[in-house]
Design a protein around this ligand. Structure first.
Ligand code: GLU
Length: 308
C-alpha cells in the first residue's frame, strides 16, 4: 500500500467509515491533532475504518511540502489510515461531473456578480446583480427560498440553519477555476463511503450547505460530529496562532495526552503509557464519546516528554 496506509490485522467490525481531511496550508497544530485523534478514536472505538484525504483544491493557499509533513506527522502520532490517501488535486474530473449534474438540473448557475455588488447586499447572493458578463464567472449552487436545514450533531445536538437567509446561493466553482471546498468535500465523502464526518466545530456552519449539495446530487447524508475548537490563551482560534503550539512529531506522547484530555477524556486511563502504541491502545479501550465537550477547549502548551 502507498501513502502510509497500513493493512489491517482484522476486518472492520462495523460499517463505520470516518476520515480526517486536512488542507495542506501548514504543519499540523494542536487543533488539527485534536480533530485527527477525535475522528480516529470515534472510528476505532466503533470498530470502523478511518481514512485520510488531503484537501489540496486551493493551490493558492497550499504550502509546499505541507501535505507530506502532515502525513508523516500522522504516522508519528500512530494514526494510520486504512486505505491509500486521496488527494483532491487529482479528482477534478469527479468534481466536474458533479457540477455538470447540478447545472443540468438547474441547481447551479454562472454568476457574474462582482465582490462590490455582493458586499452591497451583505455578501448574501439571492439573485444576480451584474449588468454585464465577466470572462471568469463563478458557479453557484442555487439555494431555494425557505431552505431551512436541520441536523443532529453527535456532540452538539440539533443544529439548524436557514441557508437562503444566512448564506445565500454559494460558490461551488470559484471564478479562478478552483473547486470550492463545499463541492469537493461532498463528492469525496460520498465517493469514499464516509458514514461519519468528524471535524472541528469551525466547520459546523458549512454542514447545512453540504447537506443541500448531497440532496441536489442524490448522495447520502453522513452523520456529523463537530469537535471543540481549540483556543489559545487570548481566546483566539488556535489555527490562527499555531506557532504558539507547534506539534513535535519526534515527541508525540505529550501532544497525544493533551489532545486526549481536551477531548474530555480521563488522563488517568492512559496511566504511564510512554509510547504511542500503548497510549493509543489504552485510549481506544477507555474512550467515552459522551465526554467530548461541546464548548471550545483552552489549549495549553504541553510539556515535552522527559524521554527525549
Ligand atoms: N480541509 C478542511 C480543513 O482542513 C477540513 C474539511 C472537513 O473536515 O470537512 O479545515
Amino acid at each position: 500500500m502507498t501513502d502510509g496506509a497500513q493493512p489491517r490485522a482484522t476486518a472492520p467490525r462495523s460499517t463505520y467509515r470516518g476520515r480526517f481531511a486536512p488542507s495542506p496550508t501548514g504543519p499540523l497544530h494542536a487543533g488539527s491533532l485534536l480533530s485527527a485523534l477525535g475522528s480516529w478514536l470515534l472510528a476505532r472505538s466503533a470498530g470502523g475504518q478511518w481514512l485520510v484525504r488531503i484537501e489540496d483544491v486551493d493551490r493558492t493557499r497550499e504550502v509546499a511540502g505541507a501535505a507530506a509533513a502532515q502525513l508523516s506527522a500522522l504516522h508519528a502520532f500512530g494514526l494510520h489510515p486504512d486505505a491509500p490517501v486521496v488527494h483532491q488535486s487529482q479528482r477534478g474530473p469527479r468534481y466536474q461531473q458533479a457540477l455538470q449534474k447540478l447545472l443540468d438540473a438547474g441547481l447551479a448557475f454562472e454568476c457574474h456578480c462582482s465582490r462590490g455588488q455582493l458586499a452591497a447586499v451583505g455578501g448574501i447572493h439571492r439573485r444576480c446583480l451584474a449588468r454585464s458578463n465577466r470572462r471568469d464567472p463563478a458557479i453557484r449552487f442555487r439555494v431555494a427560498d425557505n431552505s431551512r436545514i436541520s441536523f443532529t450533531d453527535r456532540i452538539r445536538g440539533t443544529v439548524q440553519q436557514d441557508v437562503d437567509r444566512e448564506v445565500g446561493d454559494f460558490v461551488i466553482r470559484r471564478s479562478d477555476g478552483c473547486w470550492a471546498y463545499q463541492l469537493a468535500v461532498v463528492v469525496d465523502d460520498a465517493a469514499q463511503g464516509i458514514t461519519e464526518v468528524v471535524r472541528g466545530a469551525d466547520l459546523i456552519g458549512s454542514t447545512a450547505r453540504q447537506i443541500l449539495l448531497q440532496r441536489g446530487l442524490g448522495l447520502p447524508t453522513p452523520r456529523y460530529a463537530h469537535l471543540p475548537v481549540l483556543l489559545d490563551a487570548a481566546g483566539k482560534k488556535l489555527s490562527k496562532s499555531e506557532r504558539a503550539h507547534p506539534l513535535d512529531p519526534s515527541d508525540p506522547v505529550p501532544a497525544l495526552r493533551s489532545a486526549w484530555r481536551m477531548l474530555g477524556q480521563d488522563l488517568a486511563c492512559l496511566g504511564d503509557a510512554a509510547d504511542v502504541e500503548t497510549l493509543l491502545d489504552r485510549a481506544v479501550a477507555n474512550f467515552e464519546p459522551g465526554r467530548i465537550p461541546a464548548q471550545p477547549a483552552r489549549s495549553e502548551p504541553f510539556a515535552a516528554s522527559h524521554k527525549r
